[in-house]
Ligand binder design. Structure first.
Ligand code: PLP
Length: 393
C-alpha cells in the first residue's frame, strides 16, 4: 500500500521548488534574461579553484579508492581534517570520533532529529524557519512547535522559547546565519537561550538538545558567529559545504557531536544509527576528499556583499522594508499587502519570483535569495520599482 504521508510530500513538493520550476518554464518561454528568479538558495558564486584541483588529484587514485565505499561515518583522514579545522578556529579539542560525514545539511539535521527524539516528542523551531524542518520533524514522528522570533530584532525570543517548553520537548533547532531572515544570533541571544534550556533541564532526566544548523556559518558581513557548543553543552552542530564552497549538488556535510557533551558517546551512536536507518551512510567519497583538501578554503563573501548592497539600497529607495541581513544570502522583506501569496502572484506579472512567507511559518513577508548573478539583480530593479508603484495608486 502506498504511504499516504509520503505520497502527499512527493505530490505537493516544496513551495520554493515549485517557484523554481515555474521560473525554468517561464525562462524557456520568454528568455532567461527576462525572468528574475529569487527562489532558490543555489549559489551563483563558482566553487573555489581548490575544489577542481582536489578533484583532479583524486582522479589519479585507483578506481576502488576513488569510487569505493568509505567507512559509514566517512574517511578517517577527512573527519580528522574537519575536527582539526574546528579546533584551530574555536580552540576546541575535537577528534575524528566527534565527526560523522553526511550527504549535506538535510541529512545532518534529519539524522540529528532521529537520534534525539522519540515518537510524540516536540521539537521547537524559531519562526520564520526553513520549511524542510517541518518535514524532517514529521518524518521522525515528532511534533513541530513554532516559536515566533523577536519581531524587532529577529533574534530568538528566549522567553517565548521558555513558554513553549513542555515535558515532551526533546530539541530546539536554530539556524544562524538565518535562512530566511539573514539574522545572525548574538552571543547574548545564545546565552539567554542556553539559560532557558539549562533551567528546563533541572527537572528532566534527558537534557533538551540544541541542533545548530549552520550551512551559512562563513557567509557573514562582519558579524561574529559564536560557536554554539561553547555556550550550551548539549549542542549538536549540523554543517554542509553546499553554500560555503558552492557545492549544493554534491551533497556533502557533517554532524558534530562534541566530545565534551555529557551524553556524547550515546548521542553519536544514535546519530550513526539514524544514518544507517535512513540510508545516509557513506557520504560521496570524491567530495569527502574535496572537504579534506578545502576545509579551510574561504567563501567568496564579497560577491554576496555586493549583491546585498545593490538590492538593499534599491529596495529602500522604492519604499520596501526588510530585515537588515547580517549573514546568509537572503533578504526578508515585508509584503506590500497582508496576503504574501497574493503579493507574490502580483510580482509574477513583472517576472519577479520571490517566495511568500507562509511556508516559513509566518504571514505577510517574502524571501529573496540574492545568491544570484549581480546582473540579474540589476535587470530586475525596474520591475521591483513598478511593483511598488502599483501598490501606491
Ligand atoms: N538548512 C538550511 C537552513 C538551509 O537553508 C538548507 C538549504 O538551503 C539546508 C539546511 C539543506 O542544505 P543541504 O543542501 O546541505 O542539504
Amino acid at each position: 500500500m502506498i504511504n499516504e504521508t509520503m505520497y502527499a510530500r512527493g505530490a505537493e513538493s516544496s513551495v520554493i521548488r515549485e517557484i523554481f520550476s515555474y521560473g525554468l518554464e517561464r525562462k524557456a518561454q520568454i528568455g532567461a534574461d527576462k525572468v528574475f528568479d529569487y527562489s532558490l538558495g543555489n549559489p551563483s558564486v563558482p566553487a573555489p579553484q581548490a575544489v577542481r584541483a582536489s578533484i583532479e588529484r583524486s582522479l589519479e587514485l585507483p578506481s576502488d579508492q576513488l569510487h569505493g565505499y568509505t567507512p559509514a561515518p566517512g574517511l578517517p583522514e577527512v573527519r580528522t581534517a574537519v575536527a582539526e579545522s574546528l579546533n584551530r578556529r574555536f580552540g576546541t579539542a575535537y577528534t575524528m570520533a566527534d565527526v560523522f560525514m553526511t550527504v549535506g545539511a538535510a541529512a545532518s539535521v534529519s539524522m540529528s532529529l532521529h537520534a534525539v527524539t522519540t515518537p510524540g516528542d516536540e521539537v521547537i523551531v524559531i519562526a520564520p524557519y526553513f520549511p524542510e524542518y517541518a518535514v524532517w520533524i514529521e518524518n521522525a514522528q515528532a511534533i513541530c512547535v513554532e516559536v515566533l522570533t523577536d519581531q524587532e530584532t529577529f533574534q530568538i525570543d528566549a522567553d517565548a522559547v521558555a513558554a513553549a517548553i513542555t515535558p515532551r520537548t526533546a530539541a530546539v533547532i536554530i539556524d544562524s546565519p538565518n535562512n530566511p531572515t539573514g539574522a545572525v544570533y548574538t552571543r547574548e541571544t545564545l546565552d539567554a537561550l542556553a539559560e532557558v534550556l539549562r533551567a528546563a533541564n533541572e527537572t528532566r532526566e534527558q537534557p533538551i538538545f540544541l541542533i545548530s544548523d549552520e550551512p551559512y556559518r562563513e557567509i557573514v558581513y562582519g558579524a561574529e558567529v559564536p560557536w554554539v557548543p561553547s555556550i550550551y553543552e548539549h549542542t549538536i552542530v549540523c554543517y554542509s559545504y553546499s553554500k560555503s564552497l558552492s557545492l549544493p549538488g554534491e551533497r556533502v556535510g557533517w554532524v558534530l557531536v562534541p566530545n565534551a557533551m555529557p551524553l556524547a558517546p550515546r548521542v553519536m551512536a544514535a546519530v550513526a544509527g539514524a544514518a544507517r536507518a535512513l540510508g545516509f551512510v557513506c557520504a560521496p567519497a570524491l567530495f569527502q576528499r574535496v572537504v579534506a583538501d578545502c576545509v579551510d578554503e574561504p567563501s567568496d563573501v564579497a560577491a554576496y556583499a555586493r549583491n546585498r548592497e545593490l538590492l538593499c539600497s534599491a529596495l529602500t529607495e522604492y519604499g520596501y522594508t526588510y530585515v537588515e541581513p547580517d549573514g546568509a544570502f537572503y533578504l526578508w522583506v515585508k509584503a506590500l499587502e497582508d496576503d504574501a501569496e497574493a503579493f507574490c502572484e502580483r510580482a509574477k506579472a513583472y517576472e519577479l519570483l520571490p517566495v511568500p512567507s507562509n511556508s516559513f511559518g509566518v504571514p505577510g513577508w517574502f524571501r529573496l535569495g540574492y545568491c544570484i548573478d549581480y546582473r540579474v539583480i540589476e535587470r530586475s530593479l525596474p520591475a521591483w520599482k513598478q511593483l511598488a508603484d502599483e501598490y501606491r495608486v
